[in-house]
Design a protein around this ligand. Structure first.
Ligand SMILES: NC(=O)c1ccc[n+]([C@@H]2O[C@H](COP(=O)([O-])OP(=O)(O)OC[C@H]3O[C@@H](n4cnc5c(N)ncnc54)[C@H](OP(=O)(O)O)[C@@H]3O)[C@@H](O)[C@H]2O)c1
Length: 281
């Protein structure tokens, strides 16, 4: 597995398995299938309500804990120093582990500075190996990075062929903060799986649209975490390291960028912020 080095020297796999919208009941089976298929990075979150399933799968899989790179995220209702600190312990308990490889603040709302301090503390205590954020627009990321002791190592943002995060990646690069692409298939929006540009490029290498979409992000130095509940697709999505897109292919896919989110909306749109505020009530 290809890895990427975070700003504290920790090596992280560049391709992993994400469990958003994987039902709690199904999560254990899915993560066991993913580990069987060779995935060694698992991305979950407190808000996905399936950390227990991930924990059980890791225990049951026979794969050594140190061979798995485990990512989880603190949800906004657990932000603020005290609540975040308690929620880190809760995540460790649910995941049945003594440490988390990478912990992220899920959204740039509520008291995220307090929550970040709790992560820094757990990082220093060895309970978390790397820390970062998710869905942070560049302005908030720059502000945070300049006002914390342990710089964010990763920002997990929506990134796929239709929302390529070109400008945001430039700022993250300046901060030595790695880009982790969530929704690498745009959750199937804009007909990604049947898109003709991706299909034409894929035909040259005998690869599917999904494989071309992942390969593109990997060649842009992004960490990718595709989700599927089907083992054949898990295997297909892993099988992206035996071909390389040419500069012409990359340029062609670059033209597919719309420059904006197609899944969730902009985190700088006040209407999106208002919606998140309803979750805090
Ligand atoms: N930080 C955040 O705010 C945030 C937000 C969203 C997601 N995430 C993370 O990113 C991960 C991935 O994003 P996502 O789950 O939103 O969407 P995604 O990976 O872009 O797309 C998942 C969809 O693609 C389908 N699919 C997967 N592989 C396929 C293939 N080879 N051929 C055809 N269809 C395929 C899946 O269907 P089946 O399952 O039916 O196969 C599912 O409907 C999440 O699981 C989560 O870990 C983070």
């Amino acid at each position: 597995m290809k890895t990427i080095k975070l700003n504290n020297g920790v090596e992280m796999p560049m391709l992993g398995y994400g469990v958003f919208q994987v039902e709690p009941d199904e999560c254990q089976r899915c993560v066991e299938d993913a580990l069987k298929s060779g995935y060694r990075l698992i991305d979950t979150a407190q808000a996905y309500m399936n950390e227990e399933g991930v924990g059980k799968a890791m225990k049951n899989s026979g794969v050594k804990r140190e061979d798995i790179f485990l990512v989880t995220k603190i949800w906004i209702t657990n932000f603020g120093y005290e609540k975040a600190k308690a929620s880190i312990e809760e995540s460790l308990r649910k995941l049945q582990t003594s440490y988390i490889d990478l912990m992220l603040l899920h959204q740039p709302f509520n008291d995220y500075y307090g929550a970040y301090r709790a992560m820094e503390e757990a990082y220093k205590e060895g309970k978390i190996r790397a820390i970062g954020v998710s869905n942070f627009p560049s302005d908030r990321l720059i502000d945070l990075a300049h006002n914390v002791e342990v710089k964010p190592m990763v920002n997990q943002v929506e990134a796929h062929v239709f929302c390529q995060q070109i400008k945001a990646a430039k700022y993250m690069n300046e901060l030595d903060c790695k880009v982790m692409a969530w929704g690498p298939f745009a959750e199937g929006k804009n007909n990604l799986f049947t898109d003709e540009v991706l299909a034409k490029i894929g035909a040259k290498y005998n690869k599917t649209n999904a494989q071309v979409a992942l390969r593109y992000l990997l060649q842009r130095d992004m960490i990718v975490i595709p989700k599927t509940t089907h083992i054949e697709r898990m295997e297909q999505n892993m099988n992206v390291f035996d071909f390389e897109l040419t500069k012409e292919d990359m340029d062609e896919i670059l033209k597919m960028d719309t420059g904006h989110s197609v899944v969730i909306g902009s985190h700088q749109d006040p209407e999106v912020t208002k919606w998140f505020m309803t979750l805090l009530k």
